[in-house]
Design a protein around this ligand. Structure first.
Ligand SMILES: Nc1ncnc2c1ncn2[C@@H]1O[C@H](COP(=O)(O)OP(=O)(O)OP(=O)(O)O)[C@@H](O)[C@H]1O
Ligand SMILES: [Mg+2]
Length: 259
């Protein structure tokens, strides 16, 4: 089975792209076959892996519900990436009057060689738009990175509402993998308070937290995954721990699908 994972939070700078790269690289170290799909027209994930996309190819393939196979490029360290770029901005207005527009990505993935991969990670844009809705509709599960600051709370509640809309209308099987606290600095009292509140209100908060670590942003600039750029850094170690916890959480989902 291939597990399709949306990494979503419409709050800008919530560590979606860093988590897609970090988790993807750590899962690859565990021997998993990974496809990283950049769904953000800003192309942050593509940039992190040193690949460029116009966004036009992805727009066209999704709009025509064609296979995405020809869009997969080999990026740094051999990662398979579907790049994105500014032309993808046209997707939302173009698709907004189309029938079943929420399922374009799901339909395209059905026609693609997804079985070549164990995990497909979808890096969502910082908006709850039709692109994010397509990601949530195509995914088996959604991972929510969050920065432990007061301004994160309202967008988080809105995201949970949107997930439940998608579950009701287009993807009843969508699960929430969990919430992962990112860029954590425990010297900040607000951080501790919000983490305590989050854990008391939800049972799906990951035990692993991703600490603030400048190696993660440096890795982005060097176009290498943090596990290669700074293998001993706390950033690399935290994403390895997240990959282990993530895989353990989804083992049951794999077993269920295999039976
Ligand atoms: N654990 C961390 N420690 C230090 N810096 C981090 C950490 N995680 C993310 N960052 C930095 O925070 C910034 C935002 O991260 P990132 O680009 O991953 O967020 P995003 O949610 O994808 O943003 P956008 O909403 O714009 O797509 C980046 O500069 C990134 O390098
Ligand atoms: Mg991003």
């Amino acid at each position: 089975m291939t597990l399709i994972v949306a990494i979503a939070n419409q709050k800008g700078g919530a560590a979606k792209t860093t988590s897609t790269c970090g988790l993807g690289a750590a899962l690859a170290e565990r021997g998993k076959r990974i496809l990283l799909c950049d769904l953000d027209p800003q192309g942050g994930l593509s940039d992190a892996f040193g690949v460029k996309g116009s966004g036009g190819e992805l727009f066209g393939a999704l709009y025509r519900r064609e296979s995405l196979d020809s869009l997969v490029v080999s990026a740094s360290s051999g990662f398979a990436v579907i790049p994105n770029g500014p032309l993808m901005e046209g997707f939302v207005p173009a698709a907004s009057t189309q029938e079943e527009r929420e399922s374009f990505l799901k339909d395209s993935l059905k026609k693609s060689r997804v079985e070549d991969f164990d995990f497909i990670l979808l890096d969502c844009p910082p908006r709850l738009d039709l692109i994010s809705t397509n990601a949530l509709t195509a995914a088996h599960t959604v991972l929510i990175p969050i920065i432990l600051e007061a301004p994160s709370i309202t967008p988080f509640a809105t995201l949970l509402q949107q997930i439940s809309v998608v579950q009701k209308k287009w993807n009843p099987g969508l699960s929430i993998s969990g919430v992962v606290a990112c860029k954590v600095d425990f010297r900040d009292n607000q951080t501790k308070e919000i983490l305590t509140w989050l854990k008391s209100s939800r049972s799906d908060v990951y035990e692993t937290v991703i600490r603030k670590n400048t190696r993660l942003s440096e890795a982005h600039n060097t176009k290498l995954p943090v596990t290669t750029y700074a293998p001993e850094s706390s950033g690399a170690q935290n994403y390895r721990a997240l990959a282990e916890e993530f895989e353990a959480r989804h083992t049951k989902q794999f077993q269920k699908a295999a039976n």
